[in-house]
Design a protein around this ligand. Structure first.
Ligand code: HEM
Length: 548
């Protein structure tokens, strides 16, 4: 009996090891034919179990006195952030990482990026939907399907992201900002440490209003209850924070393991969130004769009247729009507030534009029609997503067929089932496209004609090299919430920075410069959770003051 147990105990790891070695050998042989630099990694970064373990393993590996080679540099999801394109400066515009699972070709050439995006429309280089399987927790949705299914779901959902909806986004962003600013000011000289949680709240509130017709007042983060019914907001946050674990276990196993401390709350969050979405959908059905037009009414219409979507697809899409529209904007806002606090000159620069547009009016009275005039304010968003791109990269696949691609100046045949990583974080900072200071946060780089006072109206946003700046993707699968995110961000900035500014609270022994440098370090201490985010944003206390 013991012998049988020992054999089973040994057979599984040995079997896994052999199959990994075989995978590495097979993939290495295929990679050699590409003629581009090869990096061999012993693990598949997209393996959910590895994704859960790696955060604990890397700090241990960092202690190895003689170094760990590629391991600590490349063997975790989101290594691109710390690297900021250095790998491409070392290995070239294209290199391939060989893993036991698949080969991943990393690309940092704007021409190749544009070529891949163009050919995605023709069915080449599609999104590898299996890597996004975690987004299917509540049902199939447009993020994880291709072809006719994708077209149908995209048509039923994305059309609501129109100018009428942008007007709602703008108005709600201004309203919420006023409340958030008041809340932040209450913290007084000790400053607010909850910037990142509060930006999650405001992002969700704007989304719920513009997408689902639900209006809430802004409520700053309070102590999260450890018992009692979980709110929509907290359920969504818990699910997003633990999406990898949910994927690794699957919702059903999660329910069965809910007796384990910690998992119980997560299991409850998934049940409650599904219930909230179902309730919203049913509420929408009752109101389906109303003239309201938003994401929810479109989903209801598509499911009930037009019979275009199944009930599971409605829930799946409600979740995916919540996911895609919430943390992306929330994290971007959090980075922006911290970066602005460390860059008072940029605050003055956008305040000048905002006050020029407002021309003495209350910031909150500005209409959406004036959005295009906020070019400097929009450039702050561009600069933040350029350097702190929430996705870090866009992944495409050659699917079942070999494809020709120009890599490092040569036409090569990319084998079937190869992943191609458009390394956003690299080409959005590369000196070839962004100059020597491409890694610095400098929103002024976006404005072409310098001017102040009355010349502000003549300023233009510069157009980067095609394919070198695509934080919202481009082409067929481009983000349907791009304008939504821009309107929200600019609305919030314009409402707050017209008559207020923000400074980092100095810690004992710090002067202004060192407090600013510390805040920059906090933004750099980031990594991929589900998206790119700061690990310890609460370490930055920010004090809000009224401009004189
Ligand atoms: C700063 C904010 C945001 C960024 C940087 C961002 C970025 C992106 C990117 C890069 C993609 C994938 C494009 C591709 O694969 O080629 C995407 C897809 C998507 N985004 Fe966004 N996004 C943001 C905000 C939003 C918002 C506010 C919403 C909705 C309210 C949204 C909804 C979606 C959806 C539904 C998809 C999937 C589209 C599809 O597969 O057809 N995003 N986004």
């Amino acid at each position: 009996m013991i012998n049988q147990f020992l054999v089973a105990f040994l057979v599984i790891p040995v079997g896994l090891l052999l199959s990994s070695l075989w995978g590495l050998y097979r993939n290495y042989r295929a990679a050699r034919l590409l003629g581009i630099p090869i990096l061999i990694l012993p693990v598949s970064l997209s393996n959910p179990i590895w994704m859960l373990l790696v955060r604990h393993l890397i700090p241990l590996a960092n202690r190895i006195p003689f170094g760990s080679g590629y391991f600590t540099r490349f063997c975790y999801t989101g290594w691109e952030f710390k690297d900021r394109g250095r790998a491409h400066l070392e290995y070239g515009d294209a290199f391939v990482t060989v893993t036991p699972g698949k080969n991943w070709i990393y690309v940092c050439d704007a021409n190749v990026v544009s070529d891949i995006i163009r050919r995605e429309r023709q069915g080449e280089f599609e999104r590898p939907v299996e890597l996004l399987a975690m987004l299917d927790v509540f049902g199939p949705n447009l993020s994880t399907v291709h072809g006719a299914d994708w077209q149908r779901q995209r048509k039923c959902t994305a059309a609501t992201f129109n100018e009428h909806n942008n007007g709602l986004v703008w108005a709600e962003s201004l309203r919420q900002s006023k409340q958030m600013l008041e809340y932040w000011k209450q913290a007084g000289e000790s400053g607010t440490k909850t910037t990142a949680s509060d930006t999650r709240t405001i992002a969700l509130d704007v989304l719920l209003y513009a997408g689902f017709g639900k209006a809430f007042d802004f409520e700053g983060i309070r102590k999260k209850p450890s018992e009692g019914p979980i709110s929509y907001r907290d359920a969504l946050s818990l699910i997003l924070e633990n999406a990898v674990l949910i994927l690794a276990l699957g919702p059903k196993v999660l329910q069965r393991l809910s007796f384990i401390p910690g998992l119980g709350r997560l299991a409850e969050a998934t049940v409650q969130f599904k219930k909230y979405m179902t309730d919203l959908f049913e509420e929408g059905q009752e109101k389906s004769n109303l003239q309201e037009s938003n994401l929810l009414t479109s989903l209801v219409r598509a499911a009930v009247k037009e019979k275009q979507l199944s009930r599971d697809e409605v829930l799946g899409n409600m979740f995916v729009y919540n996911f895609a529209g919430h943390d992306t904007t929330a994290h971007t806002l959090a980075y922006t507030f911290l970066l602005l606090s460390a860059n008072p000159d940029v605050q003055d620069w956008i305040s000048e534009e905002i006050n020029h547009v407002l021309n003495g009016r209350d910031p909150r009275s500005c209409g959406y029609d004036e959005f295009p005039r906020f070019k400097r304010t929009l450039s702050v968003l561009y600069e933040t997503v350029r350097l702190f791109d929430p996705l870090l990269s866009l992944i495409k696949t050659s699917e079942h067929q070999p494809r020709l691609l120009n890599l490092n100046g040569n036409e090569v045949t990319v084998p079937a089932n190869t992943l191609i990583v458009l390394n956003l974080n690299a080409f959005q900072t590369h000196p070839r496209y962004w100059g020597k200071d491409g890694r610095s946060w400098r929103p002024q780089r976006w404005i072409t004609s310098s001017g102040n006072g009355h010349d502000i109206d003549r300023e233009e946003l510069m157009s980067p090299t095609k394919g070198s700046f695509i934080p919202w993707g481009e082409g067929l699968r481009a983000c349907p919430g791009k304008k939504f995110a821009q309107v929200e961000h600019v609305g919030i900035m314009s409402a707050i920075f017209a008559d207020h500014y923000v400074v980092p609270v100095q810690e004992r022994g710090e002067d202004e410069a060192s407090a600013r440098a510390r805040v920059i370090d906090i933004t750099e201490d980031s990594g991929m959770v589900l998206l790119l985010q700061m690990f310890n944003p609460e370490r930055a206390a920010l004090q809000w003051r009224k401009r004189q």
